[in-house]
Design a protein around this ligand. Structure first.
Ligand SMILES: Cc1cc2nc3c(=O)[nH]c(=O)nc-3n(C[C@H](O)[C@H](O)[C@H](O)COP(=O)(O)OP(=O)(O)OC[C@H]3O[C@@H](n4cnc5c(N)ncnc54)[C@H](O)[C@@H]3O)c2cc1C
Length: 601
C-alpha cells in the first residue's frame, strides 16, 4: 500500500523531487472550504477582533462565552466524524478553521486549540466505540470542553517521567488517580480531562478520560489561575488529583500506551499550531502596513522608508512561506488518510497513521511558524515605534501572545531535535533511503563538477535547482555526522539543531517555490510577480542560513582534508548562477503591500 500511491511519504521531501502539480496550495481551496473560511472569518471579525482588548483583562468568562459562540456555529466539531456529532470535514478544513479562528487573540486560540485538539483527539483517535459515543458528541457540540493533563512540576519535556499514579481499586472497577498536573489549558472551565498517570512501576504512562464536574469534585481541585506573560484570558491552572475515581472502562487504549497517545495527539497539535500562527501573522502585517501608511515622519509616510519596506516585505514573505508549507503538509496528511481508508483501515486507524507519517513535517512547521510569528510581532512593534510598546495598540499583546507558541506542544528545541532524529530513525529502519543519496553526494564531491551553463529560463527554475543542491548540503552534513558519531549522534545536540535548521529551511523554501510555480503555470507568470519575488527573497535568506549552519556542523565534526572537501562542496551546492537583487525584491513586495494597504496574497 505504501509504495503504490503517488503521495510523498513523510520526510521523503529531502530525498525526492516534488512536482508543483502534486502540491496543494491555498489557491486550491474548494468552494466548500472557501465558504468555511469566510464564515470563520466573519465570526472572528464580529466576536473576537473587536474584543481584543477584553482578552487582555484576564476575562476567562469571556473566553468561555466565545467558545460557546463558536460551538453554535459547529466549529468545535469540524474534524469529528459525523457519527459522533461532528461535521466530518477533511484535514485541510480542520487546519483552515484553526488558521482563521486564531488570528485575533492567543487567549481564544489556545482555548480553542486545546479543546478541539489535545482535549478531543485522544478520544477520537484512541477511544473505544463506547467512549467515543459517550464523550465525543458532547465535545463536538461544545456542551463540554476538554483539557489535556500531561505536564507535571517535574515532568515537562520529559513527559513520560510523570509521577501521577493510577491505582486499581480493591473491587477492580475503578482506578484511583492521585498526583499534580500543571500548566493545564482550559482547566478552569473544562468538563473533561485527558489525564496521563502511571500504573504501578510501568515504564510508560497510561491515558484516562476523567470527567470534571465542579458540583462533584471527585478529588479534583484546581490551583489559582497562573499569572502569565501573554494569553491572559486563557485559563491555565494546576490540577490536583486525590484518589480521583475513574471507571476502568475510561482507560484510553491499553495500559502503558499513554505516552504514544500523548505524542500522537501532539503531532496533530503541532501542525494545527502552525496553522494557528498564520492569520495572526496576516493581521499583524496588515496592521503594520496600515500604520506605516498613516504615520508621517520627516513629512512622509514611514512606509516610504527603505528600513520599513525591509520589515514589511520580510513579514509578508514569512507569512506566505508558512501558509505554503502548512497547507502542503495538510493535504499530504488528508490524502494519506484517504488512501488508508480506501485500503480498508477504519477512519480512526487511517487518521492516526496518516498524521504519524508526517510527524517530521509537523515538527518543522511548528518551529518555523512559531518563530516567524514571534519575529512578525516584534517587527510590528518596531514599525509602530513607541506606540508599539503601548498596550493601547494590538502589537503589544500580539507579541506577548506569540511567545507561548515556541514553548507549548513541545518546545522548539525538542521539535528541532525530533525532526532530524525521526528522519535518521526512518533511515535506520529502512523507511527512507538517506544512505543511497548521501553516498551519491559523496561521490559527486570527489568527481569533476559540470561546467555546463544550465537553462534557467523557465519560471523559478534556478530556484528549483538550488533546492535540489540544498538537499545535497543536508545529506552531506547529516551523512558526515552519522558516519562520525553513528547512533551517538543524538548526544550532539548542537549539531542536531544545526542540521534541523537546514532541514526546516529546505522544506519551507521548497513548499513556497512549488506553490508559486504551480500558480504561475496555471494563472500566468505576470499574476504571480510578487509571489515569485517572495519565493526568491525567502530562498536567498534560506541559502544564507544554510551556509552558516552547514559550516557550523562541518567545522565541528570534520577535520583536515575531509573538512576542506565538505566546505568546498558547501560552496558548490549553494552557488547561484545569477544572484537575486534582494533589495529590489523587498521594495517590490513592500510597494505592493502599501498600495493594497493590507497583506494581500
Ligand atoms: C501557557 C501554557 C499552557 C500550557 N498548556 C498545557 C496543557 O494544556 N497541557 C499540558 O500537559 N501542558 C501544557 N503546558 C506545558 C508545556 O507543554 C510545557 O511547558 C513544555 O512542554 C515544556 O516543559 P517545561 O515547561 O517543563 O520545560 P522544561 O522541559 O523544563 O524545559 C526547559 C528548557 O530546557 C529545554 N530542554 C528540556 N529538555 C531538553 C532536552 N532533552 N534537550 C535539550 N533541551 C531540553 C527546553 O527546550 C526548554 O528550553 C503549557 C505551558 C504553558 C506555559
Amino acid at each position: 500500500m505504501e509504495e503504490q500511491e503517488n503521495i510523498l511519504r513523510g520526510g521523503h521531501f529531502i530525498i525526492k523531487e516534488t512536482n508543483c502539480e502534486d502540491t496543494f496550495t491555498p489557491e486550491d481551496f474548494s468552494e466548500e472550504q472557501l465558504m468555511m473560511r469566510d464564515s470563520v472569518l466573519e465570526f472572528a471579525e464580529k466576536e473576537l477582533w473587536p474584543n481584543k482588548a477584553r482578552f487582555e483583562t484576564k476575562d476567562y468568562a469571556f473566553t468561555v462565552e466565545c467558545m460557546h459562540k463558536a460551538a453554535a456555529l459547529g466549529l468545535h466539531g469540524i474534524s469529528v466524524p459525523e457519527a459522533y456529532g461532528g461535521l466530518g470535514m477533511g484535514f485541510i478544513s480542520t487546519i483552515l478553521v484553526c488558521d482563521y479562528i486564531s488570528g485575533t487573540s492567543g487567549s481564544f486560540s489556545s482555548a480553542f486549540g486545546a479543546h478541539t485538539g489535545i482535549g478531543t483527539t485522544p478520544i477520537t483517535l484512541y477511544g473505544t466505540e463506547a467512549q467515543k459515543k459517550k464523550y465525543v458528541p458532547k465535545l463536538a457540540s461544545g456542551e463540554w470542553f476538554g483539557s489535556y493533563c500531561l505536564t507535571e512540576p517535574g515532568a515537562g519535556s520529559d513527559a513520560n517521567s510523570g509521577k501521577t499514579k493510577a491505582v486499581l481499586s480493591g473491587d477492580g472497577k475503578h482506578y484511583l488517580i492521585s498526583g499534580q498536573k500543571m500548566w493545564i489549558t482550559n482547566a478552569g472551565f473544562c468538563s473533561l480531562m485527558i489525564v496521563f498517570a502511571r500504573i504501578k512501576d510501568d515504564k510508560n504512562i497510561t491515558g484516562f478520560i476523567v470527567e470534571h464536574d465542579k458540583e462533584n469534585p471527585n478529588g479534583i481541585t484546581l490551583g489559582e489561575e497562573e499569572h502569565k506573560l501573554g494569553i491572559h484570558s486563557s485559563s491555565t491552572r494546576q490540577v490536583f488529583f486525590s484518589e480521583t475515581k475513574v471507571p476502568v472502562e475510561n482507560m484510553l487504549a491499553k495500559r502503558g500506551e499513554g505516552f504514544k497517545i500523548a505524542m500522537n495527539a501532539l503531532n496533530i497539535g503541532r501542525i494545527k499550531l502552525a496553522a494557528a500562527c498564520l492569520d495572526a501573522q496576516r493581521r499583524i502585517t496588515t496592521e503594520s502596513i496600515k500604520y506605516a501608511n498613516e504615520r508621517i515622519q520627516f513629512k512622509t509616510p514611514i512606509a516610504n522608508f527603505g528600513a520599513i519596506k525591509y520589515k514589511l516585505a520580510e513579514m509578508a514573505t514569512a507569512t506566505y512561506v508558512d501558509e505554503s508549507a502548512t497547507y502542503r503538509a495538510g493535504k499530504n496528511i488528508e490524502d494519506r488518510i484517504a488512501m488508508r481508508e480506501a485500503a480498508g483501515n477504519t477512519h480512526q486507524e487511517a487518521e492516526l497513521k496518516g498524521v504519524e507519517e508526517y510527524a517530521i513535517e509537523c515538527s518543522i512547521l511548528k518551529v518555523r511558524a512559531s518563530e516567524d510569528l514571534q519575529n512578525c510581532s516584534d517587527q510590528g512593534i518596531q514599525i509602530f515605534g513607541g506606540m508599539g510598546f503601548s498596550a493601547d495598540t494590538p502589537m503589544e499583546s500580539a507579541w506577548r501572545d506569540a511567545r507561548i507558541t515556541r514553548i507549548y506542544e513541545g518546545t522548539n528545541e525538542i521539535n528541532r531535535m525530533l525532526a532530524v532524529g525521526m528522519l535518521v530513525k526512518k533511515a535506520m529502519k529502512g523507511h527512507a533511503d538517506l544512505l543511497g543519496p548521501s553516498m551519491a553526494v559523496a561521490d559527486e564531491l570527489t568527481g569533476i563538477p559540470s561546467f555546463e551553463t544550465p537553462d534557467y529560463s523557465a519560471v523559478l527554475s534556478e530556484e528549483k535547482a538550488m533546492i535540489a543542491k540544498l538537499k545535497k548540503v543536508f545529506l552531506m552534513v547529516v551523512g558526515g555526522a552519522i558516519q562520525k558519531f553513528g547512533p551517538n549522534l543524538e548526544q550532539h545536540q548542537q549539531l542536531l539543531l544545526a542540521t534541523s535548521d537546514i532541514l526546516i529551511e529546505i522544506y519551507m523554501a521548497e513548499s513556497t517555490i512549488l506553490r508559486t510555480e504551480k500558480n504561475a503555470k496555471r494563472f500566468g507568470e505576470d499574476t504571480q510577480e510578487i509571489q515569485i519575488a517572495m519565493a526568491q527573497l525567502n530562498l536567498y535568506g534560506a541559502v544564507d542560513k544554510i551556509i552558516s549552519k552547514a559550516k557550523e556542523g562541518i567545522v565541528s565534526f570534520a577535520e583536515g582534508d575531509e573538512q576542506r572537501m565538505l566546505l568546498m562542496g558547501l560552496k558548490r551546492f549553494t552557488k547561484y548562477t545569477s544572484q537575486p537583487n534582494v533589495i529590489a525584491l523587498r521594495i517590490r513586495i513592500a510597494d505592493t503591500l502599501t498600495t493594497e494597504n493590507k497583506y494581500c496574497f
